[in-house]
Design a protein around this ligand. Structure first.
Ligand code: ATP
Ligand code: MG
Length: 431
């Protein structure tokens, strides 16, 4: 097969027969987050490279190794978004939303691009659903955000997803922690990978998130951030937990979670599963009190999360969660000859305007082939239109599963009568 009929490594297609699975989870996400007061934001797929370098952080894997960055014909450096938070924050600033009443609650669906090694659950183009809440430092917002993610998983019927939380403190308590980490990792400099060695001075916390087996083994014995939190951060973290307890959300405190993006402060959390192999983090998020300021805005404590839709679908599949199949064709009108074909256009238009699914022949097939097609697409009812039917002004509608036949007049009341017939069938099916 030639190169143009092969997709790029690390990308996936969603075919028409499978797209209902995506639509189902997206629908649940949209409805559930709306119940928490979040409204959708849509931002461009590419942004100035500088936005991600600043927002996500120069010393992160994402910025150092994974971004799709290129120069445009105009000589500007642009980057395909590796995540959704920076773009949403940029839009919030650009449109002055920070001057509206706070908090601002935004949700998003984004495709993301990261030059990673493709494997199960790790793609180069993947999709995220995320929530962002700008303009609150209250721990209630942290708990509410986590509850929103939990509600989505509950609605989707997902089980055995562990919620792990941590606090990575504020710049004040982190200064002490950085010193401790530098001391610890400095002692095993020679064993750390090159990237981690370069992180030692500027951002030693990043070493805790390194995927190399040697580094992560060393990281296992590193000092824990929870022992270095200042009073304010400690209190904030305790309060988040109090609210989660009140909401009946189960969690464990895992002091090793640091998250892979530099903008996080205080609360960080992950939803993790053992069902889908090594790439088991389905959702990650936390507080990013410094991000808006970093991007040139005023100090605006904020927080958010993103969940990977591909990993979520993999998990639902592994757990055998059934996703309702979309309805198939309600009426297929088979036609013989041009005048029948023209009449069928009138009829299916009326049926469609009642909210039903109707199809007719658009290929020019013979009658037998048309009926075969109707069967294949699972049409619930079919009808044959020829010169006879048009002359007599009526046609026979066949219930494809029971074989029952009903005659309907081909006038303005057709769609209405078909609706009644179809509803009666739905009712009898239910009984
Ligand atoms: P990981 O530790 O698995 O690399 P991450 O910390 O890089 O994840 P985030 O940047 O926080 O992930 O993104 C949030 C979510 O997006 C992840 O929890 C995951 O579900 C999904 N995700 C991240 N990278 C990929 C990828 N390359 N392919 C598919 N999904 C991804
Ligand atoms: Mg990653």
């Amino acid at each position: 097969m030639g190169v143009i009929t092969k997709k790029i490594k690390g990308t996936e297609d969603v075919l028409p027969k499978d797209s209902y699975r995506w639509q189902f989870v997206e629908d649940v996400m949209r409805k559930e987050s709306a119940a928490y007061g979040f409204k959708e934001i849509r931002t461009p797929v590419f942004e100035h490279t500088e936005l991600f370098a600043r927002g996500v952080g120069q010393t992160t894997d994402v910025v150092q190794k994974e971004m799709y960055t290129f120069d445009t014909k105009g000589g500007e450096s642009v980057t395909l978004r590796p995540e959704g938070t920076a773009g949403a924050a940029r839009a919030v600033l650009e449109h002055g939303l920070v001057n509206d009443s706070l908090p601002i609650k935004a949700s998003y669906f984004v495709s993301c691009y990261r030059y990673e090694k493709p494997q199960a659950g790790r793609l180069r183009e993947f999709h995220q659903f995320g929530l962002e809440c700008y303009g609150t430092q209250s721990p209630v917002a942290d708990a509410e955000l986590i509850c929103a993610a939990q509600s989505i998983f509950d609605r989707l019927g997902i089980k055995q997803l562990r919620l792990e939380i941590n606090s990575i403190g504020c710049p004040t308590c982190r200064a002490e922690y950085h010193k401790a980490l530098k001391g610890y990792f400095g002692g095993c400099k020679d064993e750390l990978c090159d990237t981690c060695n370069s992180r030692l001075e500027k951002n030693p916390m990043r070493i805790l998130d390194c995927k190399s087996p040697v580094c992560s083994k060393i990281a296992g014995g590193a000092p824990k951030i929870t022992d270095y939190l200042c009073d304010e951060c400690k209190e904030h973290f305790a309060s988040v937990q109090k609210y989660l307890d009140a909401a009946g959300v189960e969690y464990t405190v895992n002091p090793t979670i640091v998250r892979g993006l530099d903008y996080y402060t205080k609360t960080v959390f992950e939803f993790v599963t053992d069902f889908i192999g090594a790439q088991g983090t389905v959702c990650g998020g936390g507080r990013y009190d410094g991000l808006i300021e970093e991007l040139g805005g005023k100090h605006l404590p904020s927080l958010g999360f993103a969940m990977g839709i591909e990993r979520l679908l993999m998990l639902m599949d592994k757990q055998g969660i059934e996703i309702p199949k979309p309805s198939t064709c309600d009426l297929y009108v088979a036609v013989m000859g041009e005048s029948a074909s023209l009449k069928s256009f009138e009829i299916i238009k009326a049926v469609r305007s009642c909210g039903l699914i109707a199809e007719t022949d658009v290929v020019g097939r013979g009658l037998r082939a048309q009926m075969k097609y109707a069967d294949k697409i699972g049409a619930k009812f079919s009808m044959v239109l020829g010169d006879n039917e048009i002359e007599q002004g009526k046609a026979v509608i066949k219930n494809m599963s029971s074989g029952e036949q009903t005659e309907i007049v081909l006038d303005d009341t057709f769609a209405e009568k078909f609706m009644v017939l179809q509803l009666a069938d739905v009712d009898s099916f239910k009984l």
